[in-house]
Ligand binder design. Sequence first.
Ligand SMILES: CSC[C@H]1O[C@H](OP(=O)(O)O)[C@H](O)[C@@H]1O
Length: 343
Amino acid sequence: MKNLLALSLKTVQGELYVLDQTLLPHQQNWLHCTTVAQMVTLIQRLQLRGAPAIGIGASLLLAYRATQGDSREQLLQAAEILRAARPTAVNLMNNLDSMIQALRQADFADAAVACAEALFAEDVALCQNMAEHGAELVQPNERLLTHCNTGGLATAGVGTALGVINLAQQQGKTIQLWVDETRPLLQGGRLTAWECQQLGIPYQLICDNMAGMLMARGEVDRIFVGADRIAANGDFANKVGTYSLAVLAHYHKVPFYVVAPHTTIDLSCPDGSAIPIEQRAADEIRGVSGAFGQTLWAPEQASVFNPAFDVTPASLVTGWVLDTGVYNQQQIADGVLEHIVSH
Ligand SMILES: CSC[C@H]1O[C@H](OP(=O)(O)O)[C@H](O)[C@@H]1O
């Protein structure tokens, strides 16, 4: 395997390493990943997270196993196990389906390595294309808002929504960014804040429940979020809290954009109701770290509802920023997503 370098993934002399995102921003700990079970755990614990990144990480692990002499049958079984690691982000399934096709070739080991490397390179290019299309929407001095983490940590390239925001900043548009902390795992407060500090993006961290009052005060000009799966009608699943943001944006007439590569589109989902939503452990919500280093716990007996994602209907979306361009509701209703996926 080639040496590959992304913010949360790298291959060095044929070995695969994953940056443990649960320890960011305070520790940068690269984990050497050699087994399927290890990769499944990394994905399920969100040590490796972000729709594109988990698809690429799983594919690179499969390619690594191929270089270690695993048989085609072992690799096909591994692909099915990896494919089921998390249920919502369709990039995982799409990428592994490409790997499964490669494993059906006669020279399956070389084909698997080539496929994983191609998926990595593809995502780098898709991220750049999304950034360029999306940054054109941003006007100078706008106050932008984003939810969760959609930067380099979540992809192989510059990111999706945060890639758009970063390029607008690089173009000298002097934007400001409101960063939703994104309860319960603080992908915004820990990861987007960390990326913004490295990128020099001026940001202010807010609790998710503050976005509404900022919009009411006219302090949000445009919102960019990512996606884990986009249905054929343009509905999409993204980190929980996205739907609430979209409703508030609609009410306050704030332009609301979803940014995703075409590898996030799933035409087998006719609308958002068909998107499987991952349910996660109760303790992710029951436990909150206090300001003095202690953990504040809700009652152990507390019954908890902890969906990792929610679904935003296309009717609340101003535009879809994809690697192929920016699309409005009419274009989505006219079936542009099917055209994009089939070409
Ligand atoms: C470009 S990442 C897309 C998406 O993935 C994140 O979910 P998670 O942190 O659970 O992997 C979040 O929904 C991002 O918007």
